[in-house]
Write a protein that binds this ligand. Structure first.
Ligand code: THU
Length: 144
């Protein structure tokens, strides 16, 4: 855990061009998903506190429980690159309405984001939907 409480009042403002770039990055990395079991390909793109974008896709395993979601892979890439805070994440999935992050990924997002962290839910084409992490995961678990 870092020095931040899971949810602070830190604002995550995002302009339209960053939001569009995040959606495009999530849709692009979705093509690399390893999803031979579910065929449900997901891509995620994280926007960090230094204006950098980090991506990840879901990686399934023949031992199904070892599957890692796109969101957690994108977050791991961000943290590995030195990111400390997640301002926004876009999640691209094959369905309409688009998938929302699973409960585990919401909790992992809460570790590095805050209630204002923007979660952009993108269908394969067309208009994406915005949510705030505080709405997706109220009263997240935290030790601090
Ligand atoms: N999956 C994600 O990558 N992110 C989500 O938000 C929902 C589910 C993946 C896990 C698995 O590879 C496939 O989608 C079907 O559950």
């Amino acid at each position: 855990m870092n020095a931040q409480p899971a949810f602070t009042a830190r604002q995550s403002r995002i302009d339209a061009s960053v939001r569009r770039a995040l959606i495009a990055a999530a849709r692009a990395v979705r093509r690399n998903a390893h999803a031979p079991y579910s065929r449900f390909r997901v891509g995620a793109a994280v926007w960090d506190e230094s204006d950098r974008v980090h991506t990840g896709c879901n990686v399934e395993n023949a031992s199904y429980g070892l599957t890692v979601c796109a969101e957690r892979n994108a977050i791991a890439a961000a943290i590995g690159a030195g990111a400390k805070h997640i301002r926004a994440i876009a999640v691209a999935s094959p369905t309409r309405p688009p998938a929302t992050p699973c409960g585990a990924c919401r909790q992992v997002l809460a570790e590095f984001g805050d209630a204002h962290t923007l979660v952009v839910l993108a269908p394969p084409t067309g208009t994406a939907t915005d949510r705030r992490l505080g709405a997706l995961l109220p009263e997240s678990f935290g030790l601090r």
